[in-house]
Ligand binder design. Structure first.
Ligand SMILES: O=C(CO)COP(=O)(O)O
Length: 249
């Protein structure tokens, strides 16, 4: 079974009330009935705004992070229940920027994945190697270790996760992985999922992220194991994001 593709925008720490309004109105005007699932992962202060703008549309609301803790003295964190209050469907977990700047380990990423799953939020679990790791021939080892951490989340069915392969060297650099490079890593991840949960592996979406744009999306999305995209910069421009959505049909 080939899963329906997912095109998710990661706005990162960008936006304002007025910019979000203009971006989403343009997106909703152009999106029609998309041939794929669509989501925007927005900064937490804008959940309410975006929830009301996308209500009743094919665009789902996503978060960029989620707390591993249910509630309490965790200053600055947002719990799964808080996300649910705003209709959040997806939460990015373990983005390389969180791993790099906030010291998130594989264990933290696994705990956040579990918190999302326990609350009916689909985690988009990011994996990916740095340039130094790729050059040292360690790509497979790194992404397999990162994926293994979430595969063994106790008591939850991994069929509910989305995986995103985001080579760190391709993020925000304009250096996209070639379709062959991306497909090579996606095939490794698919095989690992197959080994862990053969009955679900084909249906788990593996997104590519890292300088995906209107010009390169179609070729990347045509690869057999690329089931969508996690898009940073290009998701902030409605025409570019719409072009990528159209390429996923
Ligand atoms: O990190 C990314 C999405 O999560 C990718 O960002 P860019 O598309 O800006 O390279």
């Amino acid at each position: 079974m080939t899963p329906r593709k997912l095109i998710a925008g990661n706005w990162k720490m960008n936006g304002s009330l007025s910019a979000n309004d203009a971006l989403l109105k343009a997106l909703l005007q152009g999106v029609g009935t998309p041939g794929c699932d669509v989501a925007v992962c927005v900064p937490a202060p804008y959940f309410a705004q975006v929830q009301s703008l996308v209500a009743g549309s094919p665009v789902a609301l996503g978060a960029q992070d989620i707390s591993a803790q249910p509630q309490g003295a965790f200053t600055g964190e947002q719990s799964a229940a808080m996300l649910k209050d705003f209709g959040v469907r997806y939460a990015i977990v373990g983005h390389s920027e969180r791993r790099q700047y906030h010291g998130e380990t594989d264990d933290v990423v696994a705990a956040k994945t579990a918190a999302a799953l326990a609350n009916g939020i689909t985690p988009i679990v990011c994996v990916g190697e740095t340039l130094a790791e790729r050059e040292a021939g360690r790509t497979e080892e790194v992404v397999k270790r990162q994926l293994a951490a979430v595969i063994h989340v106790n008591g939850h069915c991994i069929s509910e996760i989305v995986v995103a392969y985001e080579p760190v060297w391709a993020i925000g650099t304009g250096k996209t992985a070639t379709p062959e490079q991306a497909q090579g890593v996606h095939a490794v991840l698919r095989a690992q999922l197959h080994h862990a949960a053969s009955e679900h592996a084909a249906g788990i979406r593996i997104l590519y992220g890292g300088s995906m744009n209107a010009a390169n999306a179609a070729e990347l999305l045509a690869q057999p194991d690329i089931d969508g995209g996690l898009i940073g910069g290009a998701s902030l421009k409605a025409p570019d994001f719409l072009h990528i959505i159209a390429a996923a049909r």
